[in-house]
Design a protein around this ligand. Sequence first.
Ligand code: ZN
Length: 86
Amino acid sequence: MQDYYTQELSCETCGRPFVFRNYEKERLAKQGLAKSKHCPLCRKAAHDLRKEDTRRIENEIWQQKKAEDKKLFDIRLNEWKVVTKG
Ligand SMILES: [Zn+2]
């Protein structure tokens, strides 16, 4: 039988104490972490923020692509104008 114990840690972000269970260690070890540095609330907030970040970056990439497409379109349009003028 495995020995389950809990440990009280304080969150690096908000300083709130939170309970860390040793069986979470295995999961964290897979992520290359020894123990949790943040309380579940901050972890969730960080996760949401990352999701938000991903969405923002995706949006930026899309905006950039749109701008490039427009530039390309303008170039083609100018070329076309030159051709029709000549
Ligand atoms: Zn926290």
